[in-house]
Design a protein around this ligand. Structure first.
Ligand code: FAD
Length: 461
């Protein structure tokens, strides 16, 4: 008997650890370890936990069709994983355990501890790379160093990928029935919109195919317009592993033909890989340390709970910012363009520490992901790897004019503005009166203040 330990790789198809375990030719038993206290410490959103739990239930049903039972262990924190797994190995007389790696520091420490303990007991314990196309260490500069900026990383990633097998791994075949029943999976987190976020690898694949058929070819032109709904909305599925990056690349290849690898959508998938590689190459990032400490040490983040609260509630008085925050609060997801707009607004115009914004995002996002969230926030605050130049301060009004030209997105989330004449809806002074609040800042003054602060801190232009 061998164990397959599922974490954020909740799929049968294209799952390297599952494949490796099945290849041993022995009966398989699946296992998960619930670590609610650890997840709480990581600030995971209750709706993300509930989504993960339902995806796990779906996986358990799929596994049952292959006669693979799922055992549910409880450990509270990561530290408890290794002894709990060893106990199970002894109970069922397993010879080995297989899993797909996760890349944040705490997860890597947990996995090292599991490997150490199981191997010290003479058991096999193998990790595979199922969350990434290219594992950390596979994309390096000519000097053999990790990249600190995205463009050369992307160039090398694209070269390297051509040498890799893009064929997806099949789901294992059914095994002979075992006398081990699956455990019940307790409820986790709170409710989320199940219609918006159906679970399971079938639902994830459908979403991928729908996106490929309708929007992939026009992605580069349409991706920045939140009202068009023209991005894939696959992040939550990728982050829980209901879908693999390789499945996405295959679909890009078949849909786009010759130039698939250069496409903008593939670039976005490479950003996801870049941020994961950074976590491994620069471990301090995991502790929320600044990527450029010399700059951040001189930036004075402002302690202003009132302004921060207004941002969290979507009550800044800036319509595009507030509409985006309402989308986040209602659905657990926010369009990428708007994530950049609200993050720039919070860090640069309100002067609030990016860590508070990142934490709030994690508490809300159904696709909350430590690596991408950290990368996105540091980029937006101009303190990260390949960060936006410090003088890039998004003007909410200008962003709305460019990317929500008919106010369709703003009116969807702030319907109270629909009755205003078009050119007044995005004006913070006028729209705020209709909404019965006051803009939290004067844009021009805040922008000038931010520019001066970043310049004085020696930020990169
Ligand atoms: P698509 O546009 O269809 O892109 C395809 C996939 O590529 C996405 O599903 C995602 O996996 C990946 N991707 C796209 N853009 C990025 C990016 N900039 N960085 C890394 N990967 C990317 N993404 C998360 O998955 N979780 C987060 O917690 C998260 N927090 C963010 C916070 C900020 C401040 C910013 C600016 C970005 C953040 N992102 C995060 C990245 C990005 O906004 C989302 O991945 C994207 O909006 C998801 O929508 P989609 O699936 O329709 O993406």
């Amino acid at each position: 008997m061998n164990l397959i330990w599922f974490r954020n790789d909740l799929r049968l198809t294209d799952n390297p650890a599952l494949q490796a375990a099945a290849a041993q030719g022995q009966p398989l038993l699946a296992v998960v370890v619930l670590t609610p206290t650890q997840w709480q410490r990581h600030g995971d959103a209750p709706r993300k936990l509930a989504f993960w739990r339902d995806a796990l239930q779906c996986l358990s049903d799929d596994l049952a069709r292959l006669n693979i039972g799922l055992r549910v262990l409880h450990a509270d924190e990561f530290e408890g994983c290794a002894p709990a797994l060893l106990d199970l190995c002894r109970q069922v007389q397993a010879k080995g355990l297989y899993f797909n790696y996760e890349y944040p520091l705490n997860e890597r420490r947990r996995d090292r501890a599991v490997k150490r303990l199981l191997r010290s007991e003479g058991l096999r314990c193998e990790g595979c790379h199922g969350d990434l196309m290219l594992e950390p260490g596979a994309v390096l500069s000519a000097k053999g160093e990790p990249f600190r900026v995205f463009t050369p990383f992307g160039r090398v990633w694209r070269k390297e990928i051509l040498m890799r097998d893009l064929a997806c791994l099949p789901a294992p075949r059914p095994q002979s029935p075992l006398a081990i029943e699956s455990d019940a999976i307790p409820s986790l987190g709170t409710s989320y919109d199940r219609q918006l976020w159906p679970v399971g690898e079938e639902a994830a694949a459908q979403r991928l195919y729908r996106f490929a058929a309708a929007d992939l070819a026009n992605y580069a032109e349409q991706r920045d317009f939140p009202a068009l709904d023209a991005t894939s909305s696959l992040s939550a599925y990728l982050n829980t592993g209901q879908l693999s990056v390789r499945q996405c690349l295959n679909v890009a290849y078949h849909t786009l033909g010759e130039h698939w690898l250069e496409s903008q959508w593939v670039t976005e998938l490479i950003w996801r890989e870049f941020y994961r590689h950074l976590l491994v190459a620069f471990p301090d990032l995991n502790r929320l340390a600044p990527f450029r400490p010399e700059v951040e040490a001189r930036l004075r983040w402002q302690d202003n709970p009132e302004r921060f609260g207004a941002w969290c509630r979507g009550e800044t008085g800036f319509p595009i910012v507030d509409a985006a925050m309402r989308q986040l609060l209602a659905t657990g997801w926010m369009h990428n363009r708007l994530r950049m707009v609200v993050a720039s607004f919070l860090t640069k115009l309100l002067g609030v520490d990016w860590r508070l914004g990142a934490e709030f995002f994690m508490q809300q996002l159904i696709d909350g992901d430590f690596a991408s969230n950290l990368g996105g926030w540091q980029w937006s605050a101009s303190v990260g790897a390949d960060a936006a130049p410090y003088f890039r301060i998004f003007s909410p009004q200008r962003q709305a004019e460019r990317f929500d030209p008919r106010d369709a997105f703003v009116c969807q989330w702030l319907p109270e503005l629909a009755s205003l004449p078009a050119r007044q809806r995005q004006d913070p002074q006028i729209s705020s009166q209709v909404r019965g609040l006051a803009p939290v800042i004067d844009y021009r003054a805040a922008r000038a203040q931010a520019l001066a602060a970043y310049k004085a801190a020696g930020a990169r232009a």
